[in-house]
Write a protein that binds this ligand. Structure first.
Ligand SMILES: N[C@@H]1[C@@H](O)[C@H](O)[C@@H](COP(=O)(O)O)O[C@@H]1O
Length: 240
């Protein structure tokens, strides 16, 4: 694991985006194309804002989407398809993209697209409960499916309310379609951009424990190419 601690979320975003862009350029130079997985949530704002300004031949990049609520319409403010369209897809013109549309019937076609070739870079957020994608604790580390339907736990729902996406936890959908922990680990390189004070405990738990489904992000530490970007606040509870 390569640990980077930047002063602010903006600096964190710039550094995480710069590394992402350099890996995409390398993949394009090696193979003629690149494949990228994007996560969403408030934690990815600064990274995506910096990433769209990077010098990458986006016409050679295919994007995959990490997770989406089951049956949430794209017009809802919390829709992650809406998020990616507004913050990424409207700013760069890609070779192709594959959004998770919230309909479990789409899982086989999404999986078929994903399995066509390895993903070069995964930008994988870490939640307040240390979830990766919507794999809440205890996460399923065993399934070899690419996407599964998961139930969201209360802590996860509270985070979504805290970030302002929903008014109450009762408004948060009960389920999501999530890329699995195993599939995330198949990315050739994983970059986690994790700013803000609300993540300090999840970060400290992730760094101080061995791999356990009870702290899903601990799995990322076993990846040979894992870069974790923190800011001063998210790093504030790491043990000396
Ligand atoms: N569905 C998103 C994921 O794509 C993201 O990786 C993760 C952490 O992000 P954040 O803490 O910013 O919500 O959980 C979110 O809810």
């Amino acid at each position: 694991m390569n640990l980077h601690i930047e002063k602010t979320p903006v600096l964190l975003g710039e550094k995480a985006a710069a590394l992402t862009a350099s890996l995409l350029r390398q993949a394009i130079s090696d193979n003629g194309s690149a494949r990228l997985v994007l996560s969403t949530g408030s934690s990815q704002f600064e990274t995506l804002e910096a990433l769209v300004k990077e010098d990458v031949d986006w016409s050679r990049v295919t994007m995959f989407h990490l997770d989406e609520y089951v049956n949430l319409p794209e017009t809802h403010p919390a829709s992650f398809r809406k998020y990616l369209k507004e913050r990424f897809l409207s700013k760069v013109t890609l070779a192709a993209y594959h959004l998770v549309d919230g309909n479990p019937d789409s899982i086989p076609s999404l999986t078929a697209e994903l399995k066509k070739a390895p993903v070069d870079v995964g930008l994988i957020g870490i939640g307040e409960n240390a979830h990766i994608a919507f794999n809440d604790p205890p996460a399923d580390f065993d399934t070899r499916e690419s996407y599964i339907v998961v139930n969201l736990n209360e802590r996860c729902k509270q985070q979504q309310v805290g970030e302002g996406w929903f008014a109450t936890t009762a408004d948060v959908p009960a389920q999501a379609i999530s890329m699995t922990a195993w599939q995330i680990m198949q990315c050739r390189h994983i970059i986690s951009a994790v700013p803000h004070k609300v993540k300090a405990k999840a970060v400290a738990d992730t760094l101080s424990h061995d791999t356990t489904p009870d702290i899903p992000a601990t799995l990322l530490k076993t990846h040979p190419n894992f870069d974790l970007f923190l800011d001063a606040e998210s790093a504030s509870m790491i043990a000396e």
